[in-house]
Design a protein around this ligand. Structure first.
Ligand SMILES: Cc1cc2nc3c(=O)[nH]c(=O)nc-3n(C[C@H](O)[C@H](O)[C@H](O)COP(=O)(O)OP(=O)(O)OC[C@H]3O[C@@H](n4cnc5c(N)ncnc54)[C@H](O)[C@@H]3O)c2cc1C
Length: 391
């Protein structure tokens, strides 16, 4: 039997694993991390590589290690120019130094020893422990279980795009599995979305197919340095959030606090210059109707209409609680509480949903607030769970 089992080995689950090991919350042999992929952070690395994001949006103190300056120290020890590793006044790390730091951290704590490749589809309370069942029927017993499944397995498809896909249209979501393998034609490409993923994708394709790329966004480019006000990282905004007892109200606060579909200023400048150079066309409009005619996609917009060979969706992820389908029997049997939005109601101090059952990331949003899904949210969630074991 394991002491701790973490379901999901992304940013959230791997941060908690690091905190548990480094804070002596458990040993690597008493820890299991279950994830369908072959290694930690597989989904993070896949998504960020797909969009060719050179630098993270978050600052250098947001990483997976316990010491806030660990990433900076790692970069200094590595040598080379610091400007190659960090960008701008907030020292945003390059994706490569961030990922290297994660890999070196995982080697240090020997994380792979706790890695179990598989997908969980059942969770049952048996006597005083949890029984975790993986697809293929393998079972694992654990005293504590942490749900750290993120949203990245749930790419969001607009209704019109799903309908055209069924008819055979060449439409992909950038975060679908094996997405790039299907983009073979040399024709025009329309990228749908206005957030950071859409912008990175549009810039990438504007270099690959200059003059043949359109970026279709519903709103003018919105610029914000971060994806929410930095006040949410500390007591400035979190104090009043914690005083709100109505969870519907908390959900509204979270929705309003996120600068959805926003990008840092330097990306806006890159889009503008790609436009000026004729590599990329920016269209601010809305799809009102979509058709698939003679192997061409026709998008009827409010102001105009466009024809294209290929549509690439950068429309984010579904916001439904990850894992909610296979968790439903557990929710009913163990009488676990959920808010009207479907998300878990968990304890403020330890993120505990049921006896020895904890949540992280998206699932901890109603307590951790607007940054919960991010790296800073992972740090805060891990800190809470680990601290609660020391009381
Ligand atoms: C392009 C991009 C750039 C970003 N940049 C930043 C940034 O600069 N700074 C920042 O703070 N945040 C950033 N984010 C946001 C955030 O940090 C990530 O979305 C983060 O990866 C979420 O981590 P996670 O662990 O919750 O989810 P995931 O990465 O989705 O990992 C969860 C894992 O759980 C697995 N899983 C799901 N269901 C099961 C199951 N039933 N059984 C077992 N395993 C399961 C999944 O397969 C996955 O491997 C960015 C996101 C994207 C997409």
């Amino acid at each position: 039997m394991f002491e701790w089992t973490i379901i999901g080995g992304g940013i959230q689950g791997s941060t908690l694993a690091t905190y548990l090991i480094k804070r002596n919350g458990t040993s690597i042999s008493n820890l299991a991390i279950i994830d369908p992929h072959r290694e930690p952070l597989f989904t993070w690395k896949k998504c960020t590589k797909t969009v060719e994001m050179p630098f993270l949006r978050s600052p250098s103190i947001h990483h997976l290690d316990v010491d806030p300056f660990s990433l900076e120290k790692y970069a200094k020890a590595k040598g080379g120019k610091m400007s190659a590793h960090f960008y701008g006044p907030y020292d945003r790390p390059s994706l490569s130094i961030f990922n290297e730091h994660c890999d070196s951290l995982f080697e240090e704590i020997e994380l792979k020893k706790s890695w179990i490749q598989g997908r969980v589809n059942k969770l049952q309370r048996v006597d005083k422990h949890w029984l975790v069942t993986l697809m293929g029927e393998r079972q694992i017993k654990s005293k504590n279980v942490v749900l750290a499944m993120g949203l990245s397995d749930q790419p969001c498809w607009p209704g019109w795009a799903s309908e055209l896909k069924v008819q055979g249209a060449n439409i992909h979501h950038i975060y679908d599995n094996n997405e790039n393998q299907h983009i073979s034609s040399e024709g025009e490409i329309v990228i749908i979305g206005g957030g950071i993923s859409a912008i990175h994708t549009a810039l990438k394709w504007s270099n690959l197919r200059p003059g043949k790329v359109k970026l279709l966004t519903r709103h003018p480019l919105r610029t914000h340095q971060f994806d929410s006000d930095p006040g949410w990282l500390g007591p400035k905004k979190m104090k009043s959030f914690e005083k709100v007892t109505c969870l519907e109200e908390r959900r509204k606060i979270i929705a309003n606090a996120r600068f959805r579909g926003s990008i840092p200023q330097e990306l806006k400048m890159k889009v503008i210059s790609a436009g000026r150079e004729g590599r990329l066309e920016l269209l601010i409009d809305n799809v009102s109707k979509a058709l698939y005619e003679k192997e061409e996609i026709v998008l009827e917009l409010e102001k105009t209409s466009i024809r294209t060979d290929h549509v690439l969706l950068a429309t984010g992820f579904h916001a439904s609680p990850p894992g909610i389908e296979w968790l439903q029997p557990t929710i009913e049997k163990e009488q676990l509480h959920c808010a009207n939005c479907g998300y878990p109601i968990v304890s403020e101090d330890s993120l505990q949903w049921g006896e020895n059952l904890y949540v992280m990331g998206a699932l901890a949003e109603l307590v951790i607030g607007p940054v919960s899904r991010n790296i800073s949210g992972a740090r805060r969630g891990a800190e809470r769970i680990v601290q609660s074991q020391m009381r």
